[in-house]
Each structure stands twice: as C-alpha cells, then as structure tokens.
Design a protein around this ligand. Structure first.
Ligand code: MCN
Length: 766
C-alpha cells in the first residue's frame, strides 16, 4: 500500500473553508417550509386537531395530519428483518406512522406538519395548531413496563414485550455454574444517550410528478438503506426514490434509519406540488432523533478455584422507546451475541434480552450498537471477579484469553473470530501503561488527597459482513481531465472515506490521490451496497475498490501492448506506467485511459467480504477529587488490533473520537425522563453534558496489527472500537478509585454530583 505522504485529509480543505454542502444548504426553486407540531405528552389519545387558526395566518400553505398521511396511502415505518425470539417466536409489530394517528406514545412525536412560505411563518403557525389530548398513564422504565398493570402501548404487544430473545447454550451454562468454585454477580445500568451529531436533522423533499420520482435531500449514513425503507412506507419501488446527501455533519448511528418526518415531507411535497424544506433544531435532536442504550443488565460468572472462567450468563432488559426503530431489534439481539464471550476461551455462555416498549423516544444504533453494551457487561464482570477473588485483573484476563493458536475460534453463539493475538495486545498495553508502577502513582495521588483508580478492558467487536445488501458495488471511471471518479454506497459522515479510498486506488493505479474523487451522493446511480455502519466501510467497500483498481490495471495491458507495439508478457506495470521490461519505453495509464475513453472504466464491481473482529486492550487511570466528586482521566493507553491500517492519522482520529464518546457516556451523558409525566427533563445542552475536548487527557494510541485473511486489505474496522474499549475500562477505573473510599457499586454516569453522593453515602455507612 502506498505510504500516506500528505498532511491532512482530502476533504478537510473543502469543509474548513465552508465549501461543504450540508442538507440545509440545498435550495430548490419554489420550495415551501415545514415545521412539525410535536406532542408535549408522553402518552395520550388525540381527541382532535384544530388547524383553523393556523391556516388563517399569513403565508400558511397547509397543515397536514396523520389522517392526510393515511389518505395518501402511507404505510407504517418498517422494522429491519424480524428477529426470532425464544422458541422461534415472532417479534411483535409496533406500527409507527409518519404523523401520529389517534394516539401519541412519547414526547416529541410529530402530530402535524405545517407548511408555509417561510420557515418563520411555519413556526408561528405551528404554535396556533390546537391539539386536544386525553392523557393516558405513561411508563418510561423498561422494567416497570414489564410489570403487570403497566400502561400498555400497542395493541399487538401484550405486556409491552416486543421480543424475548435468547442465544448461546443454556444447558452448558447451567452445568458450568453447578460446578463453579466461585460465582460473581453484577447488575449495571447503561444510561440512555442522545446521539447529537453536530448537524441537526434536516430534509428537503421534492416530487417529480412527470417522472413519478421522489427526491429526498437529507443527512444520512447511506442512501441505499433509506431508499428501501422509504419505498416500504410510500408503496413505490426503490428506483422511484432518490436520496441526495453530500456533506453529513456526523451520524454516530442515529442517521442510519429513515424517520417519520422524511415520509411526511415526501407526502407533503407530492400533495402540494412543490418542494418542502425542514431544518430541525437542537431541541428536535433531543426529542425526535433516535436515542440509544437505556439497558439494564444482570451478569453472572462462574469460575473455578484457579480463576478460570467456566461460564457466563447475561440478562438484558432493553428499552426500545415508543416504537421499534428499523435497527432497534438488531442492536439488542445479534449485536449482543456476536461477541458474547468477549476475548475469553469459554463455551458455556447464555444471553437473554427482553426488548420492551415504553413512552420514550425510540432507541436504535449508536456507535457500537450493542457491542459496547456486551463488552461493558463482560468486562465489568471480569473486574468484579478479580476484585472478589483478590486477583490482579490483568492476570485474571490473561488466564482466560483465547490463545493465539486457536483461530479461527468459533464462539458458542455460532460466530467465528477470524484471527487475533489477544495476549500480545494485552502485553503491549500493560507495558505502555506501566502497569507495575501504578502503586507508586496511586500513593502520590493519595498525598495530594486524590483517589486514583486504574481500569482495564480487553474487548472485541464484530465488523464486516454488512447485512443490508447482499454485496457492495462500486464504480470506477476515468474523467476527461485524467482524474478518476469513484462511486460507492457507503457514506462518509466524518470518517475520511474520500482520503482512504483514494489512497487505496492511488496505490494500485499510481495516479496522485488528489486526482481521485469520491461520489456517494449521485441520486441517479443505483449501486447496490451497504450504508456506513458496523465499522465495515473500509473492509467492505475499500476491498471492492482495490479489486476494481487491480482490474483496471489488468485491462490496460492489452491497450498498452498495442500502444507500445510490444507483447503483453514483455510488459510490467510500475508506478502508474506500463513499461517494456528492461527498457525506458513506457506509457502512463492515465494517457491510455485518455486515448481510449471508457475502456479502462469499471462499471460495476461487486463482492462481499466476510466479518472480521477488531479487538484491543485499553487501560486508564483516573483521579477523583473527593471534595467535589470531579473525575479526571490522567493516563489512557489504547492498544488495538485493526489489522492492516490504511491511514494512521485517520485511525488515530477515529480512536480518539470513539474513546471521547465512550468517556462522555461514562462521565456525564444521560437522557433523563421523569417517571409519571414521561417528560425528557434534560433536552438541551444546558443540562445534557456533551464531552469537552479536555475530558480525555494523556491518550496513547498503539496498534498491534494481526492482518485478517477475510479481505484483501487485511484490515479490520476501527470506527466503533474506541467506544467499545473505553466504556468498561473507564468505569472499572472509576470504581477502582471509589473502592478505596468504601464504595462497592457504582453505575454510570460518573458525574461529579453522583460520585460525590456515592462517597458521602459510603462515608455515612462506614
Ligand atoms: N481505516 C483505516 N485502516 C483500518 C480501518 C479503518 O485506515 N484498518 C479508516 C477507514 O478507511 C475510514 C475510517 O478509518 O476512513 C473508518 O473506517 P471503518 O472502521 O471502516 O468505519 P466506517 O467508515 O464504516 O465508519 C463507521 C463507524 C461507525 S459505525 C460510526 S457510528 C461512526 C464512526 O465510524 N460514526 C462517526 N466514526 C465516526 N466518525 C465521525 N467523525 N463521525 C461519526 O458520525
């Protein structure tokens, strides 16, 4: 692979100079503006909607409701491929309309769409829409929602239970617990978070009546999945829907699925015969973007007398929110079991997950999408075991790692880890963290009145296969100016695909990276492929680009032989030129492409690569100031196996971002709903603490590559690894610090107030 010589990413200059085109930058001729009337109740019957006052205001074009959507023939938003529950039981449906019909089930649910000649007029008119509600009791906690007598949300979901999922070997696990010398238990809460990409959600919908084509300009992680989901709602073939997205200001999983607003806007543009534009606010991000996690788990570990893990079982209760989002069941089933035994050599594992509806905003994928939850459950339990057994937590881990010579290693839930060197990763991280010097550092902190704690997590995650398309298709075309245009379905929303894909293609074709352009937003291109998710874009799409570029070189040999009047076997391809071996007679591939328009293009190249399993070991040290409860990360070492790395700068950035996202979750982020009223009580940046740059200090990112054979790049995914490793590592560090003051259990978030209260409580009971 060509070395990465330039400073910075290809896309940075465009974005830093304000030349990026985000959703709200698109202006269509004749566009009107939409504003959504949202429910201020968590659970209520809609007794009536009076739009007369709104319609009388200047500039108002229309007020559309759920009844209009039904009249336009819109179907409920779909869920992803239905998961099976215990005994093959089907997942239950929670029909979610584009605009509420008859009942609202969470605050923020869109009840009406006001369309006007300006955004301000639409907003003013929305205030004048009067909705008559009949309040119903609400439930926001998934465990409460499972209790008899709890408010019921959907007719077809008795007991609010959408799915009772199980995976692993229940009998073997029971047997392991029966012969255990020690059993360790831990219950923990994974707090609910709001994705909060920098760009609030926005969309412009337009309908071309002559062609019967819908256009949606939106911020998305990939048009292909959205197109399929919208086709199901609108009842038209996917080819009749074009999704346009150029720059996307962050996704983090919450820009993966369609949203009700997009469907309502598309229906409105068709009905009104003009484009309708909506630019959401940060408040709407809090109330109407998918949220994530909100899971309680109970974990149990069986060990023998020497600290060997004999078995593990986990029971998750997952809060789906008011409706099952498209990826809602996937993240709480498959992604909880695809790395069910972590990096450990243990076959007796059983996982149960109950997926429950409540009167809260729907939850779905969020960076890691289930895998950080599973990793948190396993790694906190291992630490608890080390504590109870009085063992060094690194040593307990080492004793149980899958040895290097056991790959491919099939885990009990059927997934197969392709390759890895877990002991090597652990050793490198231990050394870099100066594991042995911790006691002295702790003593130093103690002298300053601070509680120092150390946490470790050895994690693994699945990246790869991509479940939304049967394969990934790309296109590679030479341009008249000698450049190359690549087309792919994965969508970059911060990951730097334009740079890394160009690097791969440039490395094969020998043309400068700067002359390679990536287009993922061409609505007329109907490539098959996966959106960006599951940290798979490099190994999925990047691999197909590599093969395509190699195919181009191969195709060029005949043309070069003609041009040089030589025989193909006498030619070699070096640094972008076909040369007659042992001579200085050559021709550049770019020149051949120019002379033979289209001949060196690859129109559609398709292929699927297998899953692969990035893994790593993170070690953190935190200091807690007992008087304020403030926690500070004072050392952090991340050693990760991402296989071969294409671009170290980007990978380091991904790790940094992921670790900071995990740290944000551990140290502060939590969306809080009030029991009873079902109101989101911290729906703004005034009271929802996003991580700040200073949160993650003294970060060392190391790599320990074990190239995979499942793709030609030898690469593993990296986009989510930082979150998966950091969450358990940081919480283990916090608890290690707090244990010195007598705190034995602590749940995220470790905000100053919660830490301080835990210390006060421990002091009080001492
Ligand atoms: N890369 C590399 N070498 C490797 C692995 C990856 O050079 N061995 C590079 C890739 O070429 C790519 C980047 O690292 O430029 C991330 O690649 P990959 O791991 O394939 O992940 P994806 O591109 O599929 O990104 C998805 C992942 C997910 S699922 C979420 S959520 C997420 C994330 O990436 N959301 C992000 N990273 C994000 N980063 C930003 N800035 N914003 C988001 O919303």
């Amino acid at each position: 692979m060509q070395a990465f010589g330039r400073k910075g990413r290809l896309e940075d200059e465009r974005m830093l100079k304000g030349r990026g085109r985000y959703t709200s930058d698109w202006q269509l001729p004749g566009q009107a503006y939409g504003h959504f009337v949202r429910s201020d109740r968590a659970h209520a019957e809609i007794l009536g909607i009076d739009a007369s006052a709104a319609l009388a205001l200047p500039g108002v074009v229309a007020v559309l409701t759920g009844a209009d959507m039904a009249a336009a023939g819109l179907k409920p938003l779909p869920a992803a491929a239905p998961m099976k529950g215990r005994g093959g039981e089907e997942q239950r449906a929670t029909p979610r309309p584009a605009l509420a019909v008859g009942r609202v089930r969470c605050v923020g649910e869109a009840v009406a769409l006001v369309v006007a000649e300006s955004a301000a007029a639409a907003q003013d008119a929305a205030e004048a829409v009067s909705v008559d509600y009949g309040d119903l009791p609400a439930v926001v906690d998934a465990r409460e929602a499972l209790k008899p007598g709890a408010p019921q949300l959907h007719e077809g979901v008795p007991g609010n239970l959408v799915l009772d999922f199980a995976g692993g070997d229940e009998a073997a696990t029971r047997a392991a617990f029966e012969r255990a010398a020690h059993v360790v238990r831990l219950e923990a809460y994974h707090s609910r978070v709001v994705g909060n990409p920098m760009e609030p959600r926005a969309a412009t919908a337009a309908y071309d009546a002559a062609a019967g084509i819908y256009y949606l300009y939106a911020c998305t992680q990939g048009a292909t999945a959205m197109r399929g989901q919208m086709a199901a709602v609108l009842g038209v073939p996917p080819e009749n829907i074009r999704v346009v997205a150029e720059e996307v200001g962050g996704g983090f999983g919450v820009r993966f699925n369609i949203y009700p607003e997009y469907c309502a806007l598309l229906a409105a543009s068709r009905q009104l015969g003009r484009p309708v534009k909506w630019v959401g606010t940060r408040s709407e991000v809090f109330l109407a973007d998918e949220q994530a996690r909100d899971i309680v788990h109970r974990g149990e570990m069986a060990l023998d007398a020497s600290g060997r893990i004999l078995g593990m079982r986990f029971d998750y209760v997952c809060n789906l929110g008011a409706y099952l989002a498209f990826t809602g069941s996937f993240v709480n089933t498959v992604n909880l079991v695809n790395v069910a035994s972590g990096v450990y050599d243990v076959q007796a594992v059983h996982v149960q997950a109950r997926l429950v509806v409540t009167n809260t905003v729907p939850t779905a994928a969020y960076r890691g999408a289930g895998r950080p939850v599973s990793s948190y459950a396993i790694e906190r339990l291992v630490d608890q075991a080390a504590h109870e057994l009085g063992m060094d937590p690194a040593e307990l881990r080492r004793r149980n790692l899958v040895p290097k010579d056991r790959f491919p290693y099939k885990i009990v839930t059927g997934f197969e880890y392709d390759c890895g060197d877990f002991p090597g990763v652990l050793d490198k991280a231990l050394e870099a963290s100066d594991w042995k010097g911790f006691a002295a550092r702790r003593a130093q902190s103690g002298k300053r009145g601070r509680l120092r704690g150390r946490g470790i997590a050895t994690y693994i995650e699945a990246s790869g296969a991509g479940g939304f398309a049967p394969y990934d298709e790309v296109q590679l075309a030479w341009d008249a100016d000698g450049g190359v245009t690549l087309r792919a379905t994965s969508h970059s929303h911060g990951q730097g695909h334009a740079t890394t894909y160009a690097q791969i293609v440039s490395g094969v074709l020998g043309v400068p990276m700067e002359s390679i352009r990536l287009r993922t937003a061409d609505p007329d291109m109907h490539l098959v492929g996966n959106p960006t998710g599951g940290s798979r874009s490099l190994l999925g799409v990047g691999s197909v680009l590599l093969w395509s570029a190699q195919e181009v070189v191969k195709k060029g040999y005949e043309l070069a032989a003609d041009a040089l009047e030589a025989a193909v076997p006498d030619l070699e391809f070096v640094e972008g030129r076909y040369r007659i071996k042992g001579t200085d007679r050559s021709i550049a591939i770019v020149e051949l492409a120019g002379r033979n328009p289209g001949a060196l293009d690859v129109d559609r190249k398709e292929k699927k690569v297998g899953a692969t399993f990035p893994n790593g070991c993170h070690i953190a040290e935190v200091e807690i100031e007992p008087e304020t409860g403030e926690a500070e990360i004072v050392r952090y070492v991340a050693c990760d196996d991402a296989g071969n790395i294409i671009n170290h700068q980007i990978v380091e950035g991904q790790m940094q971002g992921g670790i900071t996202q995990g740290a944000g979750h551990i140290f502060g982020e939590q969306a809080v709903y009030e029991a009873g009223s079902g109101q989101l009580v911290n729906g703004s940046f005034m009271d929802y603490p996003m991580p700040r740059a200073v949160l993650v200090n003294n970060l060392t990112v190391l790599d320990h590559p074990v190239p995979t054979a499942t793709n030609p790049l030898g690469a593993k995914g990296v986009g989510e690894a930082g979150v998966t490793g950091s969450m358990p590592c940081l919480m283990n560090a916090v608890l290690d610090a707090l244990r010195q003051a007598g705190v034995s259990h602590f749940d995220m978030p470790a905000s100053p107030q919660r830490v301080w209260r835990a210390l006060q409580a421990a002091r009080g009971s001492a």
